[in-house]
Design a protein around this ligand. Sequence first.
Ligand code: FAD
Length: 423
Amino acid sequence: MTILRSSTRRQPLQVVVVGGGAAAVIAALHLFQRATPAAPVDVHLVERSPGVGPGLAYRTDHPRHTVNNFAERLSAVDGDPGHLIRWCAARGMDLGARSFPTRKVYGQYLTSVLDEVAVPDGSSLRRVRDQAIDLHRTEEGWQTVLASGSAIPADKVVLALGNPPAHPQPHLQQELGDRFVADPWTADWRPALAGVRRVLLLGTGLTMLDLAVELEHLLPRGELVAASRRGRLPAAHVVEPTDGSDWRDAVDGVRGFANQLWAGLEPEDQSRFASTYAHGWDLHRHRMSPAMSHHLTRLRDNGTLVVRTVPEVSPGEFDLVLNCTGPRPVPTRGWNPLVDAMLERGLVRPHRLGLGVDLVQPGHPVADDEEVLTDLFWLGSARKGLEWEVAAIPDLRAQAVALAGVVATAAEAAADERTRVLR
Ligand SMILES: Cc1cc2nc3c(=O)[nH]c(=O)nc-3n(C[C@H](O)[C@H](O)[C@H](O)COP(=O)(O)OP(=O)(O)OC[C@H]3O[C@@H](n4cnc5c(N)ncnc54)[C@H](O)[C@@H]3O)c2cc1C
């Protein structure tokens, strides 16, 4: 195995970020914001896919796939809500504070944020195109093992792996074979649409909506049925500023404190919220853009899309079934070799409600033997359970700020130690 860097006392502080989506980019930005020439950091950003920035959510180039939040809430930079809007303006795109850019544009923005990040003197950023497959502890810290056979030593490892694919549906897979698409985000099902007329979208959330508006173009005479347990659709944003009397104001007001409220609940109340109230909360909290809402209304009004409950549909009657159910929890085996290896080594375990990884603030995993692994730090979906709102851009920004604070303190301590040794 090739060790990419020497593992003698490391200075600057070595940080490996695994992942190259929104969480990783926003984290890297804030790590460098807090680094100084006196307390520098070296960041290795390990991403298995060709591009860094868009990740899964912002990779789509479909013109109707918009972000689902106002532009002013999607800045990558904490404390600078106009950053995305200025970035767009500099490229000739006039974006209002309450507008909804396409996800393609947002992905380009994230790529540019990393490309243009200001790396302080003494710090460095290295991009590594590889897949992290294992993580183990050494006397010096941690080694992130890569599929290529190399390993990167680190003082801190940041895990920004995103989401696993949707819940598997083994009975449908078995019954329908190729007519069932288990993961529409990664499988290339579009070339197989010839001869397809009736499509069942299993799920009625935002993923279903993305696919329905795309299918409208791909299958002009297609019949789309979306079905979920309750057949309920997400609510929609409104463009015009509300005066505080709209239900959305109440939801957004609570949303700002959702993680504090969650942390304050007794375990049994957390469990009750997750099983009974979360669905209703998510429908109102994760809203579609007004443009998407318009498309949805049109598709339903002209009969292209029909919404049903699951017992009302027979999947076998459809030419194609797309699995639009939500993602599985992060500590699930089989979707990511790094997660598999960490589960195997006892470095992660599921949160007690099965929502994400068992973590303590500010995001450290609790190992099987109860040790809190303070040099590891999870971002994004894995935090579900530690917090409630974890994967949207404002959440990732808050996590990045907390991470950057922890790393800056460690970088300062490393710098102090080095000064002491040299004296
Ligand atoms: C379709 C969709 C639309 C969304 N729209 C919005 C929105 O409009 N607004 C909003 O606020 N939020 C939105 N979200 C929420 C979204 O989860 C976040 O905004 C954000 O994209 C999550 O970023 P992430 O970095 O955690 O995950 P991802 O973007 O999935 O990035 C994870 C990256 O890690 C890489 N990776 C994983 N494992 C390894 C490994 N072992 N080695 C190397 N690389 C690895 C993957 O290749 C991937 O690029 C959306 C989510 C989805 C799925």
